[in-house]
Ligand binder design. Structure first.
Ligand code: UDP
Length: 455
């Protein structure tokens, strides 16, 4: 959308991971639709000329994180990456704010991912407003907040965890970096560190919608100016209000769109099992094999996203032997796939974006959480939102083929599947309403923009 007069100018800093860029991008488009000039900032290592073309009127800028060639993959550790990003990023972000502000449209607010809390300090140095955008659900943020406050102590000592706004949780429902804070200390510090300076944020946004997490949102909104702004799914898939939303994507991986859509187009309604574990999960070979066998035993058609790095973990000849029923690709246009009527079940790692996307499209899920917030999301999918099953693990922590097969069958042909389909209708409707004109998230974004204009 071409605009001569903008209501305000937001600089939106995304963390360089697929699950963080997608919501930042969709939020940027909604801001832009409300008359805000948006400068989307990504790190040099993930920038690509194609992205610039797909952004229409959003301006794309890059900053250095200290690893311009290769990004986080080139760092010695997560800790080393985050520390370097903090040092180099604080400077490169400040330089960018100066450059952008002197170009005639001064920045009024920095929207940042709380994985990089230092971005708020940079914004404040320039006297700008700062808005954190959490890309995980409120329930997960609430758990980490209680760790930050020292109320929830790690290692966990209790079997039942009671926190305000949440149902009783067991340790297996906790984010993995909490029940196992030793294996990934840098990730643990990063998640807890999101709250270090949050009191100084002028706004705290969460990619969720009020109707989905009402109790915990109400509780957390007493602490910060917290607002729900999701689902940050491109408008063309939900409320269909943004005219120029066709190029919604910001893929770090290249999707095999034609092959996927052609393959899906020929399939009957609700007949396909879609399987994807997102951009980072790396299961052990044994686990991949069990899932592959479970899928095969379910005797259903399937579309499975197996990233290049994971392909060697598939059973020998699996792709060839299942080619009549299945399609294995390295990356797909997930939103288009989930929105396709042929898809009847989503076997997912329960990453927050994937969960929210499946809820919004009404696709029942089989949860196979791997790490991070995925176990908490899986708990909610099964017991709170009642949108799927969490696949059970054996004493070694592995989901066996029979368990995977059983869950898929339950969803595709069992009673559970029928119940979920009824509930799915409700979530689909509520998700759309939240972002549609006057919905809970839409109102929150409008209120934010109105405040920017008057500040
Ligand atoms: N995604 C995609 N194609 C794929 C797999 C995933 O476009 O083949 C997208 C998906 O729609 C979601 C994001 O990548 O928006 C993954 O985010 P999520 O939080 O689910 O998982 P993460 O990758 O962060 O573990």
């Amino acid at each position: 959308m071409e605009r001569n007069v903008y209501r305000a100018h937001c600089l939106v800093l995304a963390f360089p991971a697929q699950g963080h860029i997608n919501p930042m991008m969709a939020f940027s488009k909604r801001l832009e639709r409300k008359g805000v000039k948006v400068t989307l900032v990504i790190t040099k290592s993930i920038s690509n000329p194609i992205h610039k073309e797909s952004l229409t009127s959003i301006t794309l800028e890059t900053i250095s994180d200290g690893y311009d060639e290769g990004g986080i993959a080139k760092a010695e550790s997560i800790h080393a990456y985050l520390e370097r990003f903090r040092q180099v990023g604080s400077q490169t972000l400040a330089e960018l704010i100066e450059k952008v502000s002197s170009s005639g449209c001064p920045v009024s607010c920095v929207v940042y991912d709380p994985f990089v809390p230092w971005a708020l300090d940079v914004a404040k140095k320039f006297g700008l407003l700062g808005a954190a955008l959490f890309t995980q659900p409120c329930v997960v943020n609430n758990i980490y907040y209680h760790v930050h406050k020292g109320v929830l102590k790690v290692p966990l000592s209790k079997t039942e965890i009671l926190l305000p706004g949440l149902p009783p949780l067991e340790s297996q429902d906790m984010p993995s970096f909490i029940y196992d804070s030793v294996s990934y200390p840098a990730a643990f510090d990063m998640f807890v560190g999101q709250f270090t300076n949050l009191d100084q944020a002028d706004w705290v946004f969460v990619n969720t919608f009020y109707e989905l997490e009402q109790k915990v949102v109400d509780w957390m909104a007493k602490i910060w100016p917290l607002r729900t702004i999701g689902p940050t799914i491109p408008s063309m898939f939900l409320d269909k209000r943004l005219e120029d939303d066709k190029n919604y994507g910001f893929d770090i991986f290249k999707p095999n769109t034609d092959a996927c859509m052609k393959w899906l187009n020929g399939r009957p309604k609700g007949s396909v099992v879609y399987v994807s574990f997102g951009s980072m999960v790396a299961f052990e070979v044994e686990q991949m094999e069990e899932i592959a066998w479970g899928l095969r035993m379910s005797n259903r058609c399937f579309l499975w996203v197996v990233r290049e790095s994971e392909e060697v973990k598939l059973p020998k000849n699996f792709v060839e032997e299942t080619s009549e029923k299945g399609l294995v690709v390295r990356w797909c246009p997930q939103l288009e796939v989930l929105a396709h009527e042929a898809v009847g079940c989503f076997v997912t790692h329960c990453g927050w974006n994937s969960t929210l996307e499946a809820l919004s499209f009404g696709v029942p899920m089989v949860g196979v959480p791997y790490w991070s917030d995925q176990s908490t999301n899986a708990k909610y999918i099964m017991d709170v939102w009642k949108m799927g099953l969490r696949a059970p693990v054996d004493e070694k922590g592995i989901i066996r083929r029979k368990a995977a097969e059983h869950c898929i069958r339950e969803i595709m042909e069992g009673e559970r599947g029928k119940e979920i389909k009824k509930i799915a209708f409700k979530w689909r409707k509520l998700a759309k309403e939240a972002v549609d004109e006057g919905g809970s998230s839409d109102k929150n974004i409008e209120e934010f923009v109105a405040n920017l204009v008057h500040s």
